[in-house]
Design a protein around this ligand. Structure first.
Ligand code: ZN
Length: 420
């Protein structure tokens, strides 16, 4: 289980050779297609994972997600742990059964939300003394954003919760340092993340062993195995990123993630960090770039050997009346669309574009109708998932670089890691 098989590499040259050259200058690519086997089915990589924060991808049914070709979805540990509680989900048969999704699921560890929700509220002025968040080597104490109640989460607890939820892929508990922190603090947070990963692995192995021994002693249906992924941290410092990637690579986990990027730094900085990290993370394991999902970032990430992405953008933008086309992001509430009979994008094969006009969708969005949110979400998710299908096809045909160039030639130029 959790075997990763590379199908085709965009460049047959070894990654060591690629690493010696500057990727952006040379016409070399680390892009590859592959399959990752999980107990709930195969994931075709590179893959985009729609985010279902509270165990649902907002406004869509599992059947609609399958029609959109979603191989895997992501759910958030932090939200489910607070409400309804992981024990409830476990009692109801685990996440897959509860939400009626029989394809793979990935859960994050909860760490990102613990830190970022405080930052969003403007409470975190100083990474070391965040209001409501107290970090020690043991774990993190934080206040729930729902009722202000105090919680204490440790690496062991993060594993226990994710085992109760039952996703196929689970993430290590990591500290996402505030982007404004000093280098010294980033290093401290990175070292803590490494220590926490060792503790997560120990706890995860223990819980997996328990499952196997239960299987031997009883004939009850035991939950399927889960894969633990490590997370590279280190902010925007190449030396820290390198150190972190080396540490994670040595643990020989089924997959490796890169966290703490796309949090305010510009795109070139993010890509530089990826160049540092992907040449160290093992080639024979999937690489997951967390929380990144603009079309341009997907192309640049795939080019650098990233296999998995997730992001709330397609669903969030949809609810804010914005949709993607091959020429960039467009706002449906623009007055010029009031009597426009054409679909959101000409030649788009999604359900929304095959059946509805911009005029009608504008009306729905202005009236804040749920159908409007649904139609916009379908189009945006189709746009990204279809882009990934095209990327996989281009890699398999040996034409990834040409595909990327063509796509970017129409896309608006920006170096910002903005929301388009
Ligand atoms: Zn469409």
């Amino acid at each position: 289980m959790f075997e990763f098989k590379i199908i085709k590499k965009a460049s047959e040259k070894s990654s060591k050779k690629v690493a010696k050259n500057n990727l952006s200058k040379a016409n070399i690519s680390l892009a590859r297609t592959g399959i990752f086997k999980t107990p709930h089915g195969i994931i075709h990589t590179p893959v985009f994972m729609p985010v279902g924060t509270k165990a649902n991808v907002k406004t869509l049914t599992p059947e609609e997600l399958k029609d959109l070709n979603a191989d895997i979805i992501l759910s958030n540990t932090y939200h489910l742990m607070l409400r309804p509680g992981e024990k409830t989900v476990k009692k109801m048969g685990g996440l897959h059964k509860w939400m009626n999704w029989n394809r793979p699921i990935l859960t994050d560890s909860g760490g990102f939300q613990v830190f970022s929700l405080e930052q969003e509220k403007g409470l975190a002025k100083d990474s070391q003394k965040k209001a409501g968040v107290k970090i020690t080597e043991e774990g993190v104490e934080f206040k729930s954003h729902i009722d202000g109640q105090k919680h204490f989460i440790t690496p062991e607890k993060a594993m226990q919760i994710q085992h109760d939820l039952g996703a196929d892929i689970i993430m290590t508990f990591d500290e996402c340092a505030d982007a404004n922190s000093s280098k010294k603090y980033f290093e401290e947070a990175m070292n803590r993340t490494h220590n926490w990963l060792e503790r997560c692995k120990k706890e995860h192995d223990k819980l997996e062993k328990k499952k196997t021994s239960q299987k031997k002693h009883t004939n009850n249906l035991t939950p399927p195995p889960q894969a633990l992924f490590g997370i590279v941290q280190g902010g925007v410092y190449p030396d820290l990123r390198k150190k972190s990637a080396e540490f994670i690579a040595n643990l020989d986990l089924p997959g490796n993630a890169i966290g703490g990027l796309s949090v305010g730094e510009d795109r070139n900085t993010m890509l530089k960090m990826l160049d540092e990290v992907t040449k160290i993370l093992p080639e024979n394991k999937p690489r997951y770039l967390m929380g990144v999902g603009t079309p341009i970032d997907l192309l640049e990430g795939v080019d650098r050997g990233i296999d998995m992405f997730d992001c709330v953008l397609p669903t969030r933008l949809a609810r804010h009346s914005a949709f993607w086309t091959h020429k960039g992001l467009i706002h449906i509430k623009n007055q010029k669309f009031k009597e426009d009979p054409s679909p959101l994008e000409k030649n788009c094969t999604c359900y929304t574009c095959k059946n509805f006009s911009k005029s009608y969708i504008q009306h729905l969005m202005k009236e804040n109708e749920i159908l409007g949110h649904r139609l916009m979400t379908i189009h945006n998710l189709h746009f990204l998932l279809n882009l990934m299908t095209q990327i996989r096809e281009a890699i398999n045909k040996g034409k990834f670089k040409e595909f990327k160039k063509k796509f970017l030639s129409k896309w608006p130029k920006t170096t910002k890691n903005s929301n388009i």
